[in-house]
Design a protein around this ligand. Structure first.
Ligand code: ZN
Length: 152
């Protein structure tokens, strides 16, 4: 069936398509970490309309990065253990994150007390309803320092 649209309808449809697909929405998230090896949040919700996330990790403690360093690493939950193990092997120069690893969706650098780091990443790699885990890959921390990220 051929549907003839008038100009006003066509314009409205174009605007609708633009709003749904082309509009960039940066969502800001802030999370704290401390000297007790804790994140301030166990769950992060990213709304479906966020095309990118600007995430800031704060270290509100006082201990240096060498002994109580924290980062924020995002992977699919099924990749958590392997990325954490390989991250430990990657060492402090690489912020305990495997280099150029497709399993790593996003990560900050390792910071110490009083420091913060901000990263921006696209949500294009996130699928609605999938299970993602954020964690600190500093050796020995990921078993405790982790939480769930939900998209959509
Ligand atoms: Zn940590």
């Amino acid at each position: 069936m051929y549907l003839k649209l008038n100009h006003a309808t066509k314009a409205a449809l174009l605007l609708g398509a633009f709003a749904a697909h082309a509009h960039a929405e940066t969502c800001r998230i802030s999370i704290d970490s401390d000297d007790k090896m804790q994140f301030s949040d166990a769950r992060i919700n990213v709304a479906e309309n966020c095309t990118q996330v600007e995430l800031t990790l704060h270290h509100v403690g006082t201990m240096p990065a060498e002994v109580m360093g924290h980062n924020w690493v995002l992977t699919r939950t099924t990749d958590l253990q392997s990325v954490a193990t390989e991250g430990m092997a990657a060492g402090p120069e690489q912020h305990y994150v495997p280099a150029d690893d497709a399993r790593v969706i996003a990560h900050t650098r390792v910071i110490g007390g009083g420091e913060s780091d901000t990263i921006t990443f696209s949500t294009a790699a996130l699928k609605k309803g999938d299970d993602y885990t954020f964690f600190c890959s500093f050796p020995g921390h990921w078993a405790i320092m982790k939480g769930t990220l939900v998209f959509g």
